[in-house]
Design a protein around this ligand. Structure first.
Ligand code: NAD
Length: 497
């Protein structure tokens, strides 16, 4: 578990460790000299500091990315980019335990989960390595007089600004860097201030793999001081953003200056619909973990659990029994199933939703309490909570909580489930549990969400597009069409007579 000598040692979560950021292939501090602390959410301990970048640092990183894009990187053949991506994937695989531990320590996800993310992360890099040699335009017949050949070329969009959240730092970094490198773009990655360590480690592994200077830059800082100038930058050609809908809206506004392209992976309030004929033994753990995995800090959390009335009470009871047995603890412990929330602020926010739910008349059947005793008292822990007696207009049923809280709601007919399931400004994910194929198809077709899972949840594969409807954003990650987000199409006309 050690990195080779020429990589700055970024991976060990030691108190007070000062990390640098990556601009133009060099490790540097912020121009302004400021620093940002990052904490282990399980213990509250400061595990490192990173540069507090501002607009001048963003300018440097974008200029480096532009030079690289216009320079030697533009002469890399698709096959060379493919080999580079494969090398990056191999290197990350070799260091996977450190990468996983870094995520666990910086943002709290249980180590069993961060380790298990390996397939998803490496699969993405290798999928896009494969795609690098499949980018092609088309020869298109035209109806003009004379002999004119017309065809299209697919060209890299240019300098990409990538702004990511804290809830899956490795996956979010790689899901932006992979397609950028496959298409020949260069990238300035701005990790979340809440969990910047693993993206820096990924940057170090990029350098080790031989990524040319300026092609991948990792600039740490806050949303206001580093994210906003990146989104507004006049020399950035495209922004890929994953985060909250409110921030997505401000990024969209900031991007108007040079009309850069934008793709947005935003928040959700996903419905899970359990029909009375469902296999309950299967549905209970999947529906519960659709929210409780990563302590509810998942964009696709199935936080509105619609259950057909005849089985509602039994189902809620079983979900509560399941929730009460989950092992809560420091994510570094391999026995832990539920880790902490990212920050004390997030803990307050989630607790506020729980108070709201109770005061609006919902019944907290299990959990929802903060863990304040013993070693967990120093971290941001809250027990997985399940509400019953929720109505569609309550705040807990409408807003994204991003915490381990499920609202259960009974329904009587399929039409009603569809109408209420779709009654949200979001449209990221939806779940369906039924043994009836006809019902499954009806629900799949009628639910307005970018992904619908039937008798499963959370399935994600690099070859299958993922993204939102409505205010959950636009653009897709994964799948062949994802590459188009990083490509321009040029029409070419050549007179041959
Ligand atoms: P956030 O919007 O607060 O922050 C995300 C990133 O944006 C951070 O890097 C932050 O520094 C930056 N940022 C903040 N303000 C900015 C501004 N004005 N201009 C530019 N950048 C700015 O989100 P978060 O709290 O880090 O993450 C949780 C949110 O992310 C949830 O809403 C969740 O649903 C969403 N999310 C969506 C997906 C998806 O694929 N759809 C995946 C993961 C998380």
């Amino acid at each position: 578990m050690t990195l080779s000598a020429n990589i700055p040692s970024l991976h060990t979560p030691i108190d007070g460790r000062h990390r640098k950021m990556l601009i133009d292939g060099a490790w540097c501090d912020a121009r302004g000299g400021g620093r940002l602390e990052t904490r282990n959410p399980a213990t509250g301990a400061v595990i490192g500091t990173v540069p507090l970048a501002g607009a001048p640092d963003i300018d440097l990183a974008v200029a480096a990315a532009r030079r690289a894009f216009d320079g030697p990187w533009s002469r890399f053949k698709p096959y060379e980019r493919q080999l580079l991506l494969l090398r990056i994937a191999d290197l990350i695989e070799r260091h996977w335990e450190e990468v996983a531990l870094s995520d666990t320590t910086d943002m709290g996800m249980p180590i069993v989960r961060t380790l298990a993310n390996k397939t998803r992360v490496l699969g993405m890099l290798r999928f896009y390595a494969g795609m690098a040699t499949s980018i092609h335009g088309q020869t298109i017949g035209n109806s003009l007089p004379g002999d004119i050949v017309s065809y299209t070329r697919k060209e890299a969009v240019g300098v990409v600004g990538a702004i990511i959240p804290w809830n899956a730092p490795t996956a979010a970094s790689v899901w932006k860097i992979g397609p950028a490198l496959a298409t020949g773009c260069t990238i300035v990655l701005k990790p979340s201030e809440e969990a910047p360590l693993t993206p820096l480690l990924i940057g170090a592994l990029m350098m080790e793999a031989g990524v040319p200077p300026g092609v991948v830059n990792v600039v740490t800082g806050t949303g206001a001081e580093a994210g906003a100038p990146l989104a507004a930058h006049m020399d950035v050609d495209k922004i890929v953003f994953t985060g909250s809908t409110a921030t997505g809206q401000s990024i969209l506004r900031a991007s108007a200056g040079n009309m850069k392209r934008v793709s947005l992976e935003l928040g959700g309030k996903s419905p899970v619909i359990v029909c009375a004929d469902a296999d309950l033994a299967r549905a209970v753990p999947i529906a519960a973990m659709s929210v409780f995995a990563n302590s509810g800090q998942i964009c696709i959390a199935g936080s509105r659990l619609f259950v057909e009335r005849p089985i509602h009470d039994e189902f809620v009871e079983r979900v509560c029994a399941f929730a009460a047995k989950l092992r809560i603890g420091d994510g570094a412990d391999p026995q832990t199933e539920i880790g902490p929330l990212i920050s004390a602020r997030q803990l307050e926010r989630v607790a506020g939703f729980i108070e709201d739910g109770t005061s609006q008349g919902a019944r907290l059947v299990t959990g929802g309490n903060r863990l304040t005793e013993g070693p967990l008292g120093a971290g941001n822990f809250i027990a997985p909570g399940v509400f019953s007696g929720v109505t569609d207009d309550m705040r807990i049923a409408r807003e994204e909580i991003f915490g381990p809280v499920i609202s259960t709601l009974p329904f009587d007919t399929l039409d009603e489930a569809v109408r209420r399931g779709n009654d949200t400004p979001y449209g990221l994910g939806a779940g369906v549990f039924t043994r009836d194929l006809g019902k499954a198809h009806q629900l799949v077709n009628r639910l307005r969400a970018g992904s619908v899972w039937v008798n499963t949840y959370h399935a994600i594969d690099p070859a299958v597009p993922f993204g939102g409807y409505k205010m959950s954003g636009y653009g897709r990650e994964g799948g062949a069409e994802h590459l188009d987000e990083y490509l321009n199409t040029k029409g070419v006309w050549i007179r041959t007579d």
